[in-house]
Design a protein around this ligand. Structure first.
Ligand code: TYD
Length: 404
């Protein structure tokens, strides 16, 4: 029986997504033969309610200098993080706050702080991402954030008013060390703020592609409250964010330092009402996921049978789970277009579909796009309005499998 990586209690498996590659490991053709794979299963802790993967991929395999994701690839996310930077400074009760970002990637958020002269430091495990951040004028260093890193930062730069992480905390199985690090680094009144895909949204939308090697945890207010209490913190605020397919932003303060607002208790009550840790409800989720696989395969096969050409829109990390779980290869989707130079010319993990830059001419676009960047739907449809106007169609699978 697996145990919970966060609290050590018993964890029950409720979903098996089969053998999977690393979601961001876009391959050179010569790397296909030695591709790494693992069993992607999901469990729920019977004690603290933490939803998590059944097995852990070593962090060095996932986060290294060639990690290809760049925050700035989405215009909307760039705007989102500029607003975050302003909020973080407002959060702080001091005149000269120090903000540390864990998983700063290309420095999209910290750039805003750098521009306004706010003391800051980014930490990221990818040397290439840190290089991009530094080139953008951001203070950043290459490291995995854990207790030792936090102690070193506190000794070199002083204590932080805010420790912030976006789409990073859920990547880190060893949360004990991260929470201990935050406790060592933060001032007495400091806050740990993090935002990650929410289990409630994944459940509601059956967006099972949010589940992959890097998303080790699918947090909820229930599980984060328990995590906070075990480490001398309290969940004092939680806020729903309409980005990356639905996220929650959690604010943790040292126990007794700040009074919790009403939002955490309300969110925990919603999660309880939905039964997000109930074994029968979880079994129902697994059935909805299996039904989506059947529906997506049927739609793709009928689209191809009608003679329509198909391509994937955006080689997202999420798409790896869908493609591999459904067994979709180049026979159904011959190529995937993506704006990221680091992914172009490579093959999608596991399914080995070529990743190409978007064609220059509209004449070279396919008849149908499969929207793998469904979390950026508004931005993409706005950008691609001419494709739609010219008769192009979209296949999507979140919230439902459909052609639009
Ligand atoms: P995203 O959904 O942000 O992330 P993840 O990889 O974590 O699932 O998708 C980012 C990828 O999508 C990145 O490779 C760039 C690509 N992309 C495009 O090619 N065009 C677009 O218009 C957008 C929004 C993303």
């Amino acid at each position: 029986m697996p145990t919970c990586r966060a609290c050590g209690d018993r964890a029950e498996q409720f979903l098996d997504l089969g053998r999977q590659p690393l979601s961001d490991a876009f391959l050179r053709p010569e790397e296909v033969a030695t591709e790494f794979t693992y069993d992607l299963t999901v469990t729920c802790c019977q004690g603290c309610g933490m939803v998590q993967l059944g097995s852990e991929v070593p962090r060095e395999r996932m986060f290294h200098s060639e990690y290809p994701f760049r925050t700035a690839s989405s215009h909307r996310m760039t705007q989102h993080f500029r607003a975050v930077a302003d909020r973080l400074v407002a959060h702080s009760s001091t005149a000269d706050p120090f903000v540390v970002e864990v998983g700063c990637n290309d420095g999209t958020m910290l750039r805003r702080l750098a521009e306004t002269g706010v003391r800051h430091l980014g930490v990221d495990a990818s040397a290439d991402a840190v290089r991009d951040a530094t080139a953008a004028g951001v203070q950043a260093q290459c490291a995995f954030f854990e207790l030792e890193t936090a102690r070193r930062i506190a000794a070199e730069h002083g204590r932080a008013d805010v420790v912030y992480a976006a789409n990073t905390m859920c990547h880190i199985p060893y949360l004990d060390s991260v929470l201990a690090g935050a406790a060592a680094l933060l001032t007495d009144d400091g806050v740990l703020v993090f935002e990650d895909p929410s289990w409630e949204d994944v459940f509601r939308l059956a967006s099972f592609d949010q589940i992959y090697d890097e998303h080790f945890y699918l947090f909820s207010a229930t599980s984060v409250s328990a995590l906070a209490l075990r480490h001398g913190f309290r969940l004092v605020d939680v806020e729903h964010l309409d980005v990356h397919g639905g996220e929650l932003r959690y604010t943790l303060a040292r126990s007794g330092a700040r009074e919790p607002g009403p939002a955490p208790a309300a969110q925990v009550a919603r999660e309880r009402a939905l039964g997000l840790t109930d074994p029968d409800v979880l079994a129902g989720f697994a059935e909805r996921v299996a039904a989506k696989r059947t529906a997506l395969l049927d739609l793709l096969r009928s689209t191809r049978a009608q003679g329509r050409s198909v391509a994937g829109y955006a080689a997202t990390a999420k798409s790896a789970t869908v493609l591999n779980y459904c067994g979709i290869g180049p026979d159904l989707i011959p190529c995937v277009y993506d704006t990221t130079p680091e992914k172009q010319g490579r093959l999608t993990p596991g399914t080995h579909i070529p990743v190409l830059p978007f064609p220059d001419s509209p004449d070279d676009l396919p008849d149908t796009f499969v929207l793998f960047a469904w979390n950026h739907t508004a931005e993409v449809l706005d950008k691609e309005s001419a494709f739609r106007a010219d008769g192009g169609r979209w296949i999507r699978y979140v919230p439902d499998v459909e052609e639009v």
